[in-house]
Write a protein of this length. Structure first.
Lengths: 112, 112
DNA sequence: TGTATAATTCAATAGTTCTTGTATTATTGA
DNA sequence: TCAATAATACAAGAACTATTGAATTATACA
């Protein structure tokens, strides 16, 4: 993960419909959902949903696989972990005594 | 944390200089740094730095406190924790067996 | 093969955010 | 009070992102 990738991922999430899609897929887990079902759930047109799904895919946060005439999208777990880790990398310069319990929990995300 | 707040926070982070500032303040810990030092470090003009610091502040990710003629900015730990928690809330519908080790770690961020 | 469904691409417009320079406010110390 | 430093506010144009509808591609199945 580098700065440019992180900015791309954060920008992808910084949109109400995309954020709803992402959280939905996080909740859904590895199986994911077809694009049409996602579009319905967030009340987006097929065009809009496709645009937003592509943004999230490009950002490495989800990925789509064709399944017959459907494309199923699912969360990219490793991409998501890398983003969270990048945000809190080197927090409090590794001195947990500065950070308190909250930071300790957040830091556990950093490790693979 | 609601959707609108989360989008605001993610948009605040989705900019190279602001992301650099945020990570710098995460590394720095509770004491934070004066605005001028931050501006130098990210090679931004005073105006640009002020604009970006205000965005991060508005998003609840950092906060500034005046200290003589300086304003020191520091990370808002609780704001950051809430954002990370919002992203991974209800992951795999609470069934860790779907998620694997990575998700279990990420989930630890959710708890207060 | 032809029709229906799922999804994506394209192009134009509308809307937002970023950048830059200048002006202003706040604080300190001579 | 005056000069210097730190920071913020404002305004205009540039750059980027989102939205919409129409057209296109991919797949299934009668």
């Amino acid at each position: 993960m580098n700065e440019t990738q992180a900015v791309t991922s954060l920008a992808a999430l910084a949109h109400p419909q995309r954020l709803r899609i992402f959280r939905m897929l996080v909740a859904e887990g590895p199986n994911g959902l077809p694009a049409s079902e996602i579009a319905d759930a967030v009340e987006a047109s097929a065009t809009a949903a496709s645009f937003h799904l592509k943004e999230l895919d490009r950002a490495g946060l989800i990925f789509g696989t064709r399944d017959g005439r459907f494309v199923r999208y699912a969360v990219n777990i490793e991409g998501m972990r890398q983003l969270l880790a990048y945000l809190v990398d080197d927090c409090c310069r590794g001195q947990p005594e500065l950070c308190g319990a909250t930071f300790k929990k957040i830091r556990s995300v950093c490790s693979k």
